[in-house]
Write a protein that binds this ligand. Structure first.
Ligand code: HEM
Length: 512
């Protein structure tokens, strides 16, 4: 029959039948030998890591569910700690154990130190912020600027009086709530505190209810955080971008415009009132822009990108971590009591906590670690991108793959943590396990080149606010709710918050 066809048609037919036969053979082997055997084969043959097969074109995009960190955790239990998943046209490698995380973030850190281009990252001033910029000289220089000039221990220390004042205002307002004997919306209060502290440090004053154009500050930040966290189909199936199927492109443009006008106004204010203002991040960046010290091009756009990035990076991560820690304390009265006792013994009931006390609060610091283990603010960190083909643990990792580190699953790894679902701060007694990126079983700030440069600032804020709220108040759930009934459901985004606000009734504990 082949001889009756033209040579080209015959060749095409042979190729198609060949491709079909190869695909069917692979399919049959997978079905017959089972996933475990498939994984073993892949190990010995330098193939892609095992993983679920998805639909044509979309891959497994529709299987991620509302809480992708949980879906990926379940899949990893089936396919292993290094898993391959096709999402649209993008190859993703999902990393779900401490050992695997160490391979990607330490052994081969350099290869995976870039970030993928996403639609939303292009709206952050065309990737001029650290978080979304590709690995290279620009990222290195900007990160150096962050670590040396903006987030150094000296700079963090210089904002200590401001943090004390803002936390003092929150304590005062909760004292009023305690007198009235009513419940406080802790989610809203802690979020407002985090916004005020970040705005004062970054912009020199508070902007929480400041109207600017279409919305209030907080609303616009919330919308932006949402857009950052959404799985955007056009990032995975790029030719759908023009169709803007989810309407995200339009919303990103709008948010970007509002932010841009706001940042322009802030920079203008700083230029005009330069001598009369307390120095803040914007002042520093303006001086840096005008000096000729920059090793790279640095102008107003860079300042705006940094402002947008730090607002996004600092606001929610800090407040969400405090909120989860408070939720766990309310669910575990035994732990709350033990934290109270430590604070009474070390500080006493006649004064508030100072930042200088934090190093002595061993149990409270274990509570913070335990909260970060079970509720890492960014459960999937931020995707990394492979800069070249690489072999990891005998698996082939193709160039341009997105590397997703499931810190949420790693915090529950049964080989590293006994009774992983239990909130048990005592598990850290006698260990040196810390959150700073050296211990791969606990990665709330990531690790390696792309690890969080704001770690010290974020950790100080979390520890200080939590210590003060626990020291100054006893806490009870409203409406006679029992601790075990407290809803801990999550809502997903780039950061994972509680779906419902946390409410609790404070009772003031100190003597004055
Ligand atoms: C409790 C508070 C915080 C938590 C839990 C947190 C967590 C994280 C995580 C998980 C990453 C991604 C790491 C990776 O992809 O491997 C990250 C990156 C980053 N964080 Fe934080 N963060 C916090 C506070 C802050 C603060 C206060 C700032 C700045 C003022 C900040 C600035 C950044 C930046 C710029 C990056 C991107 C680094 C890069 O791509 O090179 N973070 N953070």
């Amino acid at each position: 029959m082949l001889t009756m066809l033209s040579p080209w048609t015959a060749l095409m037919l042979v190729l198609m039948v060949g491709a079909w036969a190869a695909w069917t053979t692979v399919y049959l082997i997978r079905s017959i030998r089972g996933k475990e055997k498939w994984a073993t084969m892949a190990r010995t043959t330098d193939w892609l890591p095992p993983g679920p097969r998805g639909l044509p074109i979309l891959g497994s995009l529709l299987n991620l569910g509302d809480l992708p960190h949980r879906t990926l955790h379940k899949l990893a239990m089936e396919y292993g700690p290094i898993m391959h998943m096709q999402l649209g046209q993008v190859q993703n490698i999902i990393v779900s154990s401490p050992q695997a995380a160490q391979l990607f973030l330490k052994t081969h850190d350099l290869i995976f130190a870039s970030r993928p281009v996403t639609e939303v990252s292009q709206y952050i001033y065309n990737r001029k912020a650290v978080t979304f910029s590709q690995y290279g000289a620009y990222w290195r220089n900007l990160r150096k600027l962050y670590t040396i000039e903006l987030l150094s221990s000296l700079k963090i220390e210089s904002f200590k009086p401001m943090r004390r004042e803002e936390v003092g205002l929150l304590v005062q307002s909760l004292k009023d709530t305690a007198k009235a004997g009513i419940a406080a919306d802790l989610t809203a209060k802690v979020a407002a505190l985090s916004t005020d502290m970040t705005c004062r440090m970054l912009l020199g004053k508070k902007y929480i209810n400041e109207s600017f154009d279409e919305g209030v500050f907080k609303g616009v930040v919330e919308e932006f955080m949402h857009l950052l966290g959404v799985f955007n189909i056009s990032d995975y199936v790029p030719y759908t971008r023009v169709l803007d199927l989810q309407g995200l492109g339009r919303r990103m443009k709008e948010v970007h415009k509002v932010f841009d006008r706001f940042f322009e106004k802030i920079i203008d204010e700083h230029v005009q009132e330069r001598d009369a203002r307390q120095p803040d991040f914007v002042n520093f960046m303006l001086s840096f822009m005008e000096s000729n010290d920059c090793e790279f091009h640095f102008d107003r756009t860079n300042i705006k990108a940094i402002l947008m990035e730090i607002l996004v990076a600092a606001l929610d991560t800090t407040s969400i971590t405090i909120e989860w820690a408070l939720s766990e304390l309310l669910r575990n009265p035994r732990v709350l009591k033990k934290a109270h006792l430590e604070l009474e013994n070390i500080i006493g009931l006649d004064r508030e906590v100072e930042e200088s006390d934090l190093a002595n609060l061993e149990y409270l610091n274990m509570v913070v670690k335990e909260a970060m283990r079970l509720h890492p603010a960014a459960p999937l960190l931020i995707p990394h991108e492979a800069m070249e083909d690489c072999t990891v643990d005998r698996f082939h990792i193709p160039k341009k793959s997105h590397i997703i580190i499931n810190a949420w699953a790693i915090g529950r790894d049964p080989n590293s943590w006994s009774n992983p679902e239990e909130f048990y701060p005592e598990r850290f007694i006698g260990t040196h396990i810390d959150v700073r990126g050296q211990d791969f079983q606990l990665l709330p700030f990531g690790s390696g080149r792309r690890g969080c440069p704001g770690l010290q600032l974020g950790l100080t804020a979390v520890q200080f606010v939590l210590a003060q709220l626990v020291h100054c108040f006893d806490w009870e759930l409203p409406n006679g709710m029992s601790p075990t009934d407290l809803d801990m459901t999550e809502k997903c985004g780039i950061v994972t918050a509680r779906i419902n606000h946390l409410w609790a009734i404070p009772a003031y504990r100190l003597k004055h």
